[in-house]
Design a protein around this ligand. Structure first.
Ligand code: DGL
Length: 279
C-alpha cells in the first residue's frame, strides 16, 4: 500500500530546513510541505502558550493541505506544543527533542551532556526530562544561546559575532567536561563548522535531524503511510512574512533544488480563536 500524501514540516524560520534536508535524504520518495513562520520569528523568547497557539494554527493549516504526518522541526515549538498537538490532531506528530535526547544518551561515555538551545526550550526542561527518562544517571548542563538564532537567520552563521556568541555559550559546557553536545535548536546545525572549531575532538555533536528523520521513516512504515518507490516527490514551502532572507539562507542548504516558496497571510497564524486548540 502506498500513501502519496505529503509530510508536513515546520519551524519559525530556516532552522527546520536542516531537518527537512535530512528527511528528503532518508525518505527520497516522500513529498513534503515546509512551513516557516517568519512573521513570528523568533519563537525562543516568547511565552510557551503563544508558541503553542502558533504551532496548533500551523498544524491546522498543514492538515488542510492533506499532510499525512507532521514533524515539528523546532525544539521551542516541540517543547511548547507537542503534547497538546497530539491531543488535538489525529495524524501522527513527531517532535525533535526525544530523538535528539536519545542520540545523546547513546553517544555519551562519561555521562555528561551539554545542551545549547533557545531560552524557551531551556526553561521547559524537556531535554533534561527526556535524557533522564532514558538514563537517570546522566548529568545534563543546559545553556540558552539566544543570539545564535538571529545570527543564523540573518545569514551570519560563519561570522566573528557567531564565533564569539558560541564561545560564550559553550564555555561552561566545556568546563563541565561534557563529552556530548546536543544542538537543541534546529538553527544550530548551520553553525556546525564553528562549533567543531571550538569544541575540537572533545565532544560528540548531536543534532536531531538524522534521528528525527529515522523516526519519521519508522512511523510511516509501521502505519502503512509510506509512499511507494515509484512516486516522484513534490516539495513545497510556505512562509508567513517576507521570504527574502529566508530564501538566501535556504539556498545555502538546497542550492538550485530549493522548492518554490509561497507567502500566506500572517493572520493565518496566532489569531485568537474561541477555544485554544480547537481543531
Ligand atoms: N529553530 C527553533 C528551535 O529549534 C528556534 C528558533 C526561534 O527562536 O525561533 O528551537
Amino acid at each position: 500500500m502506498s500513501d502519496p500524501r505529503p509530510v508536513g514540516v515546520f519551524d519559525s524560520g530556516v532552522g527546520g530546513l536542516t531537518v527537512l534536508r535530512e528527511l528528503q535524504r532518508q525518505l527520497p520518495h516522500e513529498s513534503t510541505i515546509y512551513f516557516a513562520d517568519l512573521a513570528h520569528f523568533p519563537y525562543g523568547p516568547r511565552y510557551q502558550a503563544e508558541v503553542r497557539q502558533f504551532a496548533l494554527d500551523i498544524i491546522r493549516f498543514l492538515q488542510k493541505l492533506d499532510v499525512k504526518l507532521v514533524v515539528i522541526a523546532c525544539n521551542t515549538a516541540t517543547a511548547a506544543a507537542l503534547n497538546t498537538a497530539r491531543e488535538v490532531f489525529d495524524i501522527p506528530i513527531i517532535g525533535v527533542i526525544t530523538p535528539g535526547a536519545q542520540a545523546a544518551v547513546e553517544a555519551t561515555r562519561n555521562r555528561r551532556v551539554g545542551v545549547i538551545s533557545t531560552e524557551g526550550t531551556m526553561h521547559s526542561g524537556e531535554y533534561l526530562h527526556a535524557i533522564r527518562e532514558a538514563n537517570p544517571t546522566i548529568g545534563v548542563l543546559p545553556k540558552a544561546a539566544p543570539d545564535l538564532v538571529d545570527l543564523v537567520e540573518s545569514g551570519k552563521a560563519q561570522s566573528p559575532e557567531a564565533e564569539a556568541a558560541l564561545r560564550h555559550a559553550l564555555k561552561d559546557i566545556i568546563e563541565y567536561q561534557a563529552d556530548t553536545l546536543i544542538l537543541g535548536c534546529t538553527h544550530y546545525p548551520l553553525l556546525r563548522p564553528l562549533i567543531s572549531k571550538i569544541t575540537g575532538d572533545r565532544m560528540t555533536i548531536v543534532d536531531s535531524a538524522e534521528t528525527t528523520a529515522q523516526k519519521t521513516g519508522r512511523v510511516l512504515d509501521r502505519n502503512g503511510l509510506g509512499s511507494s518507490d515509484a512516486e516522484t516527490p513534490i516539495h513545497q514551502i510556505y512562509v508567513t512574512g517576507s521570504p527574502e532572507r529566508f530564501t538566501e539562507v535556504a539556498r545555502v542548504l538546497f542550492g538550485e533544488d530549493l522548492p518554490p516558496i509561497r507567502s500566506v497571510p500572517v493572520e493565518l497564524v496566532g489569531q485568537p480563536r474561541g477555544r485554544e486548540g480547537a481543531a
